[in-house]
Design a binder for this molecule. Structure first.
Ligand code: PHE
Length: 458
């Protein structure tokens, strides 16, 4: 067999296992940290509406398209494009995905490292009513040694799981813990919306005011949708490549998209009422917002004085695991490529690519106040972490998704792609709508957004 042979490939144990693993990739800091942060900076309810439209019209069809490419080729993102378009440059989309995966992992792990530090804080009783959560956050993220050590610890954990492989590594973790996270989030949402003073927050989040909407808001919403759904960089191609030929594609894609979106929505329902009820000012922005607001809600959970200990520890353990099931997918894209095409042992690939992500992530770890000029990169006006997030966590994903929709819509073709769905699903429901979305709506919308962004940046 040729390079990237699908022979002897591991597959997910069942359709449910796949849905949970793919939802595990999608659900992560992007939902709990990214979504409320972006919504907070971009107008609240108006952002939510645009986000939901972006998920339905662009996110969902691209999700299905990536799964089709992956399952059909049973290859890594680079090998997949090489197989479907031999001798052409389409494989560069896959290459960009592998690259973006490592870079996203580099800063993702910094944020996830903070999450791990919070587990220790909460478990040692630091979450008490009235505690200064800004000082707590600074203690974790602004001390160089703390930030870098937690970043390292998280990368090591990610490598460890990825070395274990698909079935024993990734699948085992996600099956039990994702449902528990959902229940805990529901509980917190109920608590948050019943806080005295929650109303202003709910209005901010649910009563749209479109007067402030501009292209920046649309760009942020679309970028956030791709980041949250793990699209545009080959993660879903990779996960789809491990999907059995028997398992249904369309319902899987719908479940993953729906679960991810619901959890992001819940996170907003938790953050905004809490933020307004506890008097945090909406200008506590950027990556720190959620990490400062959430602990104050957790600390005040009943039964006092143990609420902070119980809910704080539980919440951050689950958030850490949600982050882990996402970070392994970021690393897995490159590892699958190195194993398939370069014939590296899985272990070597995971350690090497993980180490690169660790090193690249050091400036991001130092950006939150630990090193001054990184806190506001000269000439750019954002910190290093936000800069990487903007370029690789948003812009690159939009570029990737634009090419993926062009590829499936026009090069590989909707009929061939549709056959892949029909092979397992029997009937491909909503095929007509999907064809229009992937051929016309997605590429056009994404091109307009990209051109607008470039025009506004330069
Ligand atoms: N979707 C993940 C999250 O929301 C992050 C991610 C992005 C994972 C891209 C894989 C690929 O946290």
């Amino acid at each position: 067999m040729d390079a990237g042979s699908p022979q002897n490939r591991d597959t997910w144990g069942s359709k449910t296992a796949f849905i949970l693993a793919a939802a595990g990739s999608a659900i992560g800091l992007g939902n709990i940290w990214g979504f409320p942060t972006q919504a907070g900076m971009n107008g609240g309810a108006a952002f939510l509406v645009i986000y939901l439209i972006a998920v339905a019209l662009i996110g969902a069809p691209v999700m299905l398209a990536e799964l089709m490419i992956g399952r059909h080729t049973m290859r890594n993102p680079i090998g997949a494009f090489k197989m479907l378009a031999p001798g052409r440059s389409w494989w560069l989309i896959g290459a960009m995905g592998v690259f973006a995966g490592v870079i996203i992992l580099s800063f993702y792990s910094v944020l996830a490292g903070w999450t791990m530090a919070y587990i220790v804080k909460a478990a040692t009783g630091a979450f008490t009513v009235g505690v200064d959560t800004e000082a707590m956050f600074a203690d974790i993220s602004a001390r160089p040694l703390s930030a870098i050590s937690w970043h390292l610890a998280f990368i090591v954990l990610t490598i460890f799981v990825v070395v274990g492989g698909v079935r024993d590594g990734i699948e085992r973790w996600t099956k039990v813990l994702m449902p528990v996270l959902l229940v805990l989030l529901l509980l917190l949402a109920v608590r948050a919306v019943t806080l005295p003073g929650a109303r202003t927050g709910l209005e901010f989040y649910l009563k749209p005011d479109f007067s402030a909407v501009n292209f920046r808001v649309v760009l942020a919403a679309v970028g956030q949708a791709f980041f949250s759904l793990s699209l545009g960089m080959g993660a879903m191609i990779t996960y789809g490549s491990y999907l059995s030929k028997k398992d249904e594609l369309v319902t899987s894609a719908a479940w993953v998209t729906g679960l991810d979106t619901f959890i992001a929505f819940l996170a907003g329902l938790i953050i905004f009422p809490t933020m307004f009820a506890t008097g945090f000012d909406a200008s506590v922005q950027g990556p720190s917002m959620v990490f400062v607001v959430l602990p104050s809600l957790l600390a005040a959970m009943p039964p006092q004085p143990y609420g902070g200990l119980i809910f704080g520890t539980g919440f951050f353990i689950l958030l850490g695991i949600a982050a882990l099931t996402s970070s392994i997918s970021l690393l897995e894209v490159g590892v699958t490529w190195a194993v398939d095409e370069k014939k590296w042992p899985r272990k070597k690939a995971a350690i090497l690519l993980g180490s690169i992500a660790f090193l690249v992530g050091i400036p991001s770890a130092l950006a939150n106040g630990a090193v001054d000029w990184l806190t506001n990169v000269p000439g750019v006006g954002m910190d290093f972490l936000t800069l990487l997030f903007t370029i690789f966590g948003s812009f690159a994903l939009i570029v990737g998704a634009c090419f993926i929709s062009l590829f499936v819509g026009w090069k590989w073709g909707v009929t061939a792609a549709g056959d892949e769905a029909r092979a397992s699903d029997g009937r491909f429901r909503l095929e007509g709508i999907w064809r229009v979305l992937i051929r016309f709506v997605c590429p056009t919308a994404l091109l307009i957004i990209l051109i607008q962004t470039l025009l506004q940046t330069f």
